[in-house]
Design a protein around this ligand. Structure first.
Ligand code: NAP
Length: 240
């Protein structure tokens, strides 16, 4: 694509982050990097490196965070709601949010919900297919709820946000709140799988605490953006 360049960068290397940003001199940095395997190194320290470089260079930072900063007991969550993460991932993402907020007045913290896509399928959809085919152990939670957001809607919303002078927290969740099992039952037939074959799990079956209902109240985004963050059924109906 014309005007697009690629540079490999490990955000755990602070000098490398600064020198790449110095070379590009961006007005806006959209930071999505994350690693489940290195929450402290990539999510917390890596984000600090990106935020510090943005502060040094006067770039506006849009940082992607998650609904998992909430404990799932008081949904739906609007932007002023008090975070209280239950998982190590949620805790690291909250720390990263605070690092960003502490270094930059001109940042946006976007809290997204579970991101799904059709082409290619997202990791949760792959899990649905493997479970339906009996190629995977486990099941899908019937009592864990998220505002599943379609990847193409999220990308459009972020791109719109790049061009807007918005600062602060913004919730970008899809319009329909579903459990993972409900999501799986909608997705399985798209790939020719039988939804009745999907095994159900309950949060009580899981050894670690997980937030039960992290539905996001995205009404601020609805007032701000032209992009609509559609529910799963609406996206699927538009593809028929
Ligand atoms: N997926 C969701 O449902 C969801 C929901 C809410 C929020 N989010 C947030 O959205 C963002 C993207 O999530 P995702 O699911 O798209 O993640 P992903 O598919 O795992 O992608 C993460 C990206 O980060 C890169 N990365 C990992 N370690 C890095 C490092 N040390 N330096 C530079 N880049 C590094 C990876 O590069 P390589 O591929 O080269 O390893 C990959 O491109 C994350 O901030 C996540 O917390 C995701």
């Amino acid at each position: 694509m014309a005007g697009v360049g690629w540079v490999q960068l490990d955000i755990r290397d602070e000098d490398a982050v600064l020198s790449v940003l110095r070379a590009f001199r961006p007005q806006v940095v959209l930071h999505t990097a994350y690693s489940k395997a290195d929450l402290e190194g990539v999510v917390v320290r890596g984000t600090a490196h990106v935020a510090r470089a943005c502060a040094d260079l006067g770039a506006r930072l849009i940082h992607l965070s998650t609904d998992q900063v909430f404990d799932g007991r008081e949904a739906p969550y609007a932007e002023p709601a008090r975070p209280n993460p239950l998982t190590s991932y949620g805790r690291a993402k909250l720390e990263a949010e605070r690092v960003v907020g502490g270094m930059l007045s001109q940042a946006v913290v976007v809290r997204s919900s579970l991101i799904w896509g059709l082409d290619p399928p997202d990791p949760t959809s792959w899990m649905v297919l493997e479970l339906a085919d009996g190629r995977r152990q486990g099941g899908l939670f019937e009592d864990e709820y998220r505002s599943f957001v379609f990847v193409e809607d999220l990308a459009r919303a972020l791109w719109e946000l790049v061009r807007l002078d918005y600062r602060g927290i913004l919730h970008l969740g899809g319009a329909e709140v579903l459990s993972r099992l409900e999501f799986g039952r909608l997705i399985a037939p798209i790939y020719g799988r039988d939804p009745a074959r999907l095994p159900a799990l309950r949060l009580a079956d899981f050894p670690e605490p997980r937030p039960q209902n992290c539905a996001l109240d995205s009404s601020r985004a609805r007032g701000l953006l032209k992009t609509r963050l559609r529910g799963v059924r609406e996206v699927l109906a538009s593809r028929v």
